[in-house]
Every structure is written in C-alpha cells, then in structure tokens.
Design a binder for this molecule. Structure first.
Ligand code: BTN
Length: 268
C-alpha cells in the first residue's frame, strides 16, 4: 500500500496560490494530486505516469512515510516541515540528459526568489545554504504501460529544521533556520514549479547553453575542492579541476585525470 490518507482537494492556501499562478505555470499542475499523508510523492507520480498521466501532472503531500533521496537514502518528511512535490515530465532523450541540471537550477532560483537567500548547488543538484543542505532532487525515469517514456522529478525542500535528526543537523538546514522567518509554502510551491518549468522549457527549446551557464555559476564552488566518491573499483579521491561543458566533473587524482559524469561526490 502506498498512500496512507486518500487524495484530497488541496488546502485553500495551495489551491489559491496555484490558481493565482496558473498563467506562469502554463498548464503545469492543472492536475494537482494532494495527499495529507503518503508513502512517497514520487511513487504516486510514477503510478500516474504508468496510467498514462500527462506532462505537468504534480503530486504533493504534507508528509511522506517513505520519502526517499538519492543513492537509496531516506528523506525525512514529517508533516509541515518540508515541501514534498513530484512532477511528471515526458522529455525527449536529449532533454532527459540535462534534466537534473535544469531542475536543480530552477529549484535554487525559486528558493532565492522566495527567501532572498541564494542557495548554491552542490554537484549535481543538492541545494545548499552556507554549505548545509536545504533541498534536493530525485529524478526517476521509466516507461509507461502505453510505451511512452517519462521522468518523475521529486523535489524536497526543508522548510523547518526541528525534524532533522541530530546527526543531520551539522550537514542540513532549512529556510526557516537560515532566514529566521517561516516561509509561505504556497508561494514557494508556485515559484518552484514556475522556475523548473521555465528552465525545462529552455532545454526543450534548444537553449541548453543558457541553462548550463546559470547552473555552472551556482555549482562552481566545487572547483578546487578535495572530493571523494565511490568509483567502479572502490573509493577514489582527488581535487576537482573543472566542471566540463557536459556538466561532468574533471578530477585530478594521483594516477591521472578522471571524469565523473553522475552519482555523488563528498567534499573532504
Ligand atoms: C536528495 O537530495 O537525495 C533528493 C531528495 C528528494 C526528496 C523528494 S521529497 C518529494 C519526492 N518524493 C520522494 O520520495 N523523494 C522526493
């Protein structure tokens, strides 16, 4: 069983903000599935994709019982503490290659627009304030039963920090903690969808260079850093020399130069 409390009409703050922002969303969130409690918004969006759901369908929840992050991690998702939202996309193959870059960038831009604080991006798309994580993106691709491909893009943004387990407090933070103010989740939701849609549209329109340049400006703090990552033959370590034009990392190791095109690197 994957949903705990059945789908309900969105609460008034979200419904009003989505209605007011409809022109900017250009059809996204016309189908908006809201759950007070759910396993994972990505699971529901994947099921909707499988059932033939169309691009721009959005699933959001107040809490997730089985929120997940990248590389098999759990995403802490108690009620009211975060924005948990997934968006169904049906990109072509070329757009899919660059999707996580565009989505991470859009999310960072939305957070900046809503809070005034500019998050940086930790390669490839973790959102950070002052080196601590406030949000992340989990993209999951598949093929619907009708044969069409899809990507579900899940976004988690920490609104408050109270829920973060002790061991995460050194590495994670929240909008409320950083700004000293509560954030209006409805405003943030609309900004998030509008900014991601805009960057996604640029990719589809062949304006990848613009997306990459803006992403690179937010992600560049990794250049010059000592990092480590799980390579094919075990842990590797090196110093990042550059972010290449294909968004991969060029890393100088003791035995030469290595390119890392996906996955996760840790700062040492
Ligand atoms: C990460 O940084 O590891 C990615 C975190 C993504 C979390 C979001 S919350 C909404 C969506 N549903 C999930 O189960 N995960 C994503």
């Amino acid at each position: 069983m994957s949903s705990y409390v059945p789908q309900q009409p969105p609460p008034p703050d979200l419904a009003d903000a989505l209605a007011a922002g409809a022109a900017r969303l250009e059809g996204w969130a016309t189908t908006f599935l809201w759950f007070p409690e759910i396993s994972s918004t990505n699971d529901v969006a994947i099921r909707a994709a499988d059932a033939g759901g169309e691009e721009g369908l959005v699933v959001a929840a107040d809490m997730q019982h089985a929120g997940r992050g990248r590389v098999g991690r759990r995403w802490e998702s108690p009620a009211g503490a975060g924005l948990y939202v997934s968006c169904l996309l049906r990109p072509d193959a070329e757009t899919t290659r660059w999707l996580t870059v565009a989505v991470g960038l859009g999310a960072a831009e939305a957070v900046e627009r809503t809070t005034g604080l500019p998050p940086t991006l930790k390669w490839p798309n973790d959102l950070l304030f002052d080196g601590r994580k406030i949000g992340g993106v989990l993209a999951e691709a598949g093929v619907s039963s009708d044969g069409r491909t899809f990507v579900v893009v899940g976004l988690g943004i920490n609104l408050t920090s109270h829920h973060l387990p002790h061991e995460l407090q050194a590495v994670a933070t929240s909008i409320e903690h950083e700004t000293g103010r509560a954030v209006d989740r409805a405003v943030l939701l609309v900004e998030l969808l509008a900014a991601v849609r805009r960057r996604y549209r640029e990719l589809r329109d062949g304006r990848r260079a613009e997306v990459l340049a803006a992403w690179r400006a937010r992600a560049s703090s990794i250049v010059g850093r000592a990092v480590e990552w799980e390579g094919e033959d075990g842990m590797r370590a090196g110093v990042v020399e550059a972010i290449d034009d294909d968004a991969s990392l060029r890393i100088r190791c003791v035995d030469g130069e290595v390119r890392v095109i996906a996955g996760e690197v840790r700062w040492r």
